[in-house]
Design a protein. Structure first.
Lengths: 114, 112
């Protein structure tokens, strides 16, 4: 089965450090999302790409977060500087174009900022 | 403001019974509604999609209904099994967007 691959699975870092999370979408999927999941807020959209172009990053704190797709096989999410409130599970999801499909999620990166 | 509500209390049922989970929404006109399953430590897994002009969709033991008048979707699992225990999330999309907005999910526990 095709799957979305996220690395690392777990990351513990100190406040103020830069964190980079990576995602390999399913080959051929042109829609990519980054979500953050916490107990308090559930799944929140951070960024949305279509054909590698960022179309929505309104949910992302712009002063410290950035999301890019340098090519069709790689999406990155960076936090600089990281803060304890960024501790969460970060998911990448991808999907084919078209309205009749759901999305495939990766297993997530569990980030802990101490 | 837009709101998606799923029961925050866990649903406990006995094996073999039908589980019914609810997704209500307000201030929203979704064109598509999706249901996902999430197991602990894993990402959500897509189960079913239903459009606003469809009343019901089935897949094996799963059935989803979508009532745009009541602003509600029901998700049924018939002949439930302990392996169905998980958190189930609904997600709404408007017609002009590919972005799903997720509810908080409801935990289902099926007892043997």
């Amino acid at each position: 089965d095709a799957r979305v691959t996220q690395t690392p699975r777990h990351k513990v870092t100190e406040m103020g450090q830069e964190v980079t999370m990576r995602c390999q979408p399913i080959l051929g999927h042109n829609t990519v999302f980054w979500y953050r999941q916490t107990m308090m807020q559930g799944l929140e959209l951070l960024a949305y790409f279509r054909n590698r172009a960022p179309l929505d990053d309104s949910g992302m704190p712009k002063d410290r977060f950035s999301a890019e797709m340098p090519d069709a096989t790689l999406a990155t999410l960076k936090i600089q500087p990281s803060e304890p409130r960024d501790s969460a599970v970060y998911f990448c999801a991808s999907g084919p174009g078209g309205s009749n499909y759901g999305y495939t999620f990766g297993s997530g990166t569990r980030l802990t900022v101490v | 403001s837009q709101k998606i509500e799923q029961n925050s209390e866990a649903l406990n049922i006995q094996e073999g019974k039908t589980a019914t989970l609810t997704c209500n929404y307000t201030n929203y006109s979704p064109a598509y509604l999706q249901w996902y399953r999430q197991d602990p430590g894993r990402g959500p897994v897509f189960l079913l999609l239903i459009r606003e002009n469809e009343k019901e969709k089935r897949k094996e033991r799963l059935k989803v209904t979508f009532d745009t008048t009541l602003k509600q979707s029901l998700f049924h699992i018939t002949a439930s099994q302990p392996a169905d225990s998980a958190t189930y999330l609904c997600a709404l999309r408007t017609g002009g967007s590919y972005i799903p907005t997720f509810g908080r999910g409801t935990s289902l526990i099926v007892h043997p």
